[in-house]
Design a protein around this ligand. Structure first.
Ligand code: EPU
Length: 342
């Protein structure tokens, strides 16, 4: 388990810190409990030229090998209301808070906007890196700003949602700024009047079955839908969807539909259509298939699981086989959602 803050741990096992539960050792690991500790540490250690990884909840990465660099693990805690007006409340959550604890707190206080994102594993800081999304909502819709420390200059910066350029499971933290910042807090602008988003298939019916629509019932419906399909990472190693849902144009869609008339697709505006990668993988016959201790989940083919004792490279190898099958059958190159750490 994580040792004392700012203590440099060498040859440190990351098994308990990644939800695939694969064995990997960090050459160096250091955890932080405050912004000051991070700034102080960066002042005393020059990280230029060192491989580094900022770890959140470890729920969206796959270690393929030992990590021969430094793992920086901010575990900053705290949630505060920083302002409110008649319609909104601004809530600042530190990066190391558990995402779903924040959702539970928001729902119990009647703060709306993240209830559809219930039960997503991971930390508040990572929610912004990844622009987490589920059941018709994405966190970008409620992020006001992100606070971070620039690793090189040690300066604290505030990045507006616009600067972060959030996209589908992506942001500048994954692209232009990769490896440059340590996120310390995220400020969310939540609603004091709910604006329910219930269009995702199955959501409205599940909520209405409980009675009149409330934030708490939406949360409970989402939790139950997730639990019925997705494996609990505490029980079975996984990192949620392994691949992103591919987006294709109308011509490509028309070609696919001639051979696969039941192909699900979701118009994204313009000539863009999102496909369900889980459906494509399922159609290739992968659902529930096991290769050694790695497997494709039996209820959701987009999720790869560690049945116990799989190495990171076993899961990577399985993902490559899945990728190849989907390409051979449908001509579609799946992009990974999970960050593979070589
Ligand atoms: N499907 C199959 N077989 C499968 C899996 C899915 O046929 O094995 C079909 C379903 O029947 C449905 C369609 O594919 O018609 C979509 O499935 P689902 O509603 O389960 O959602 P998804 O597109 O597979 C995405 C997100 C999930 C998120 C759900 C709900 C991505 C990559 N994944 O999955 O996010 O929870 O929608 O909004 O966008 C994650 O990012 O880790 C994650 C779990």
């Amino acid at each position: 388990m994580p040792r004392n803050p700012m203590e440099l741990n060498t040859d440190f096992s990351l098994k308990a810190l990644n939800t695939f539960h694969v064995e990997a050792a960090a050459a160096t690991y250091v955890r932080f409990d405050s912004v000051d500790e991070i700034i102080d540490f960066l002042g005393r250690n020059d990280l230029d030229g060192h491989r580094r990884l900022v770890l959140g909840g470890g729920s969206n990465l796959l270690f393929v090998d030992d990590f021969d660099g430094i793992v920086l693990h901010p575990l900053l805690k705290g949630i505060d209301v920083i302002k409110a007006d008649r319609r909104h409340i601004w809530v600042r959550a530190m990066a190391g808070e558990n995402w779903d604890d924040l959702v539970a707190l928001a729902v119990s206080n009647g703060w709306a906007g993240i209830e559809n994102l219930s039960l997503i594993p991971g930390s508040v800081g990572a929610s912004a890196v990844q622009n987490i999304g589920a059941y018709g909502a994405e966190v970008k819709g409620v992020i006001d700003r992100v606070e971070a420390i620039c690793i090189r200059s040690r300066e604290q910066v505030r990045l507006s949602a616009k600067e972060c350029r959030f996209g589908y499971r992506s942001s500048n933290f994954k692209r232009r700024w990769a490896g440059q910042f340590i996120i310390t807090a995220v400020v969310f602008k939540l609603g004091l009047e709910p604006d329910f988003v219930l269009d995702y298939p199955g959501v409205k019916a599940a909520v209405q079955a409980m009675g009149p629509i409330t934030l708490d019932r939406v949360r409970r419906a989402i939790v139950s839908i997730r639990q019925s399909k997705l494996p609990d990472p505490a029980l079975i190693g996984n990192a949620g969807s392994f691949f992103k849902n591919p987006v294709i144009d109308g011509d490509a869609l028309a070609r696919l539909l001639t051979l696969n008339p039941d192909l699900p697709y979701y118009p994204q505006g313009g000539d863009h259509f999102k496909l369900a990668a889980g459906w494509l993988i399922d159609r290739c016959g992968w659902k529930g298939r096991q290769v050694g201790a790695a497997a494709v989940h039996h209820r959701q083919a987009l999720v790869l699981v560690n049945l116990g004792g799989a190495a990171g490279r076993d899961i990577l190898e399985l993902s490559e086989q899945v990728h190849r099958s989907v390409f051979e059958r449908f001509g579609i190159e799946l992009d990974r959602e999970v960050l593979v750490v070589p």
